[in-house]
Design a binder for this molecule. Structure first.
Ligand code: SAM
Ligand code: SF4
Length: 335
């Protein structure tokens, strides 16, 4: 077994999240500004380069690959890339190929994704109200996303719903979102809004809804049992005893999850971020492009980067100030 990627704190890094594009057909308020400037196309890695990079990570021991963005399904010819990755699933070297999507294109792609081995998909959906949906995404259509989810479920995929917890926005929809997920057999995971990018932090602070508070809302209606299930990431799960359904909480701001971190993030331009909450990164595009005939420099760069993976992040909302804010957008690092 290849396990070349062990960081200085003895964490095995076997999970890569790859952003395949910074572009998106939505402009969610907490993620992008209305006039978001996207990267020139030439900056982006080609699909062949993404393949070479991911294959090198897999060779070094990565077992789980999550494709994200931007919106991964708006990248041109993205199925070519998924199809290429499926060879690692067939070989058994890659255990899981998944994606995080806004769902807008899912009705078109679900069947093909399933065919190449994608069995689970995370769909981001913050509201079930069509008008509010268009408001928060600045242009999305709820019906299109619901159609995508239906199709994913129909072809046999497991769907998880991710909702960003926003005070004054979807607070009142907690019961409805919870019931909707129970009915569709999907896990609902709440995400605490993070101080990313340069988009109106004051406004975002106003929208911060602590997941401790979200949990308290559940506790007023249900018996809530903590589950031991861990994914190596920031998600923690509970079971609502009355319905048996699972609810997830991603709380990077209020709880420390770093000691079990098993992941790194790669941008669509080939920058490797060892921690979501830190600026340190390694440029993998240079060894990739400068050495088209050998992967040795690329491997060396990856191993050296993992050796620099920090112990943890330092987001801090506690003084109502965004300390530890990182300037890049979630759509850049892929969330
Ligand atoms: N476009 C895809 C989507 O929306 O699922 C994939 C990329 S998106 C950047 C990945 C996740 O990041 C989404 O679930 C989104 O809600 C979340 N996200 C974006 N900005 C965020 C922020 N400031 N705080 C917390 N979550 C955020
Ligand atoms: Fe696009 Fe996802 Fe960001 Fe929304 S959260 S703007 S869907 S990348």
């Amino acid at each position: 077994m290849n396990t070349h990627l062990i960081d200085p704190y003895c964490r095995v890094i076997d999970y890569l999240r790859l952003s395949v594009t910074d572009r998106c057909d939505f402009r969610c308020h907490y993620c992008m500004s209305e006039d978001m400037q996207f990267l020139p196309k030439r900056e982006l890695l080609t699909l062949e380069e993404l393949d070479r990079l991911c294959s090198t990570f897999i060779d070094l021991g990565v077992k789980k690959l999550r494709i994200t963005g931007g919106e991964p399904l708006v990248r041109r010819d993205i199925m070519t890339f998924f199809r290429a990755m499926s060879r690692h699933l067939e070989a058994g070297t890659l255990k899981e190929l998944t994606l995080t999507t806004n769902g807008s294109q899912l009705s078109r792609f679900a069947r093909d994704l399933y065919a190449v081995g994608v069995r689970r998909v995370n769909v981001s959906l913050d509201t079930l109200d069509a008008d509010k949906f268009t408001e928060i995404t600045r242009r999305g259509k709820l019906s299109q996303v619901l159609k995508g989810i239906d199709e994913a479920l129909r072809v046999g995929m497991q769907v998880k719903l991710n909702a960003v917890a926003l005070k004054g926005f979807n607070e009142d929809e907690l019961p409805q979102l919870t019931r909707w997920c129970a009915k569709h057999g999907t896990t609902l995971t709440w995400i605490e809004v993070m101080p990313m990018g340069d988009i109106g932090n004051e406004q975002r602070l106003g929208q911060y809804w602590s997941l401790d508070d979200v949990r308290r809302v559940y506790e007023s209606d249900y018996v809530v049992t903590d589950l031991q299930e861990r994914s190596g990431g920031p998600a923690r799960y509970v079971r609502l005893e009355e319905t048996g359904q699972k609810i997830g909480f991603i709380t990077p701001l209020s709880h420390n999850f770093c000691e079990s971190c098993n992941r790194v993030r790669l941008t669509c331009t080939g920058q490797l971020y060892m921690c979501l909450g830190q600026e340190d990164q390694t440029d993998l595009r240079t060894p990739l492009r400068n050495y088209p005939d050998t992967n040795a420099p690329l491997r060396a760069a990856i191993v050296a980067a993992i050796d620099r993976k920090p112990k943890g992040h330092d987001f801090d909302y506690s003084r109502q100030r965004v300390d530890g804010r990182v300037s890049r957008h979630m759509s850049h690092t892929g969330g």
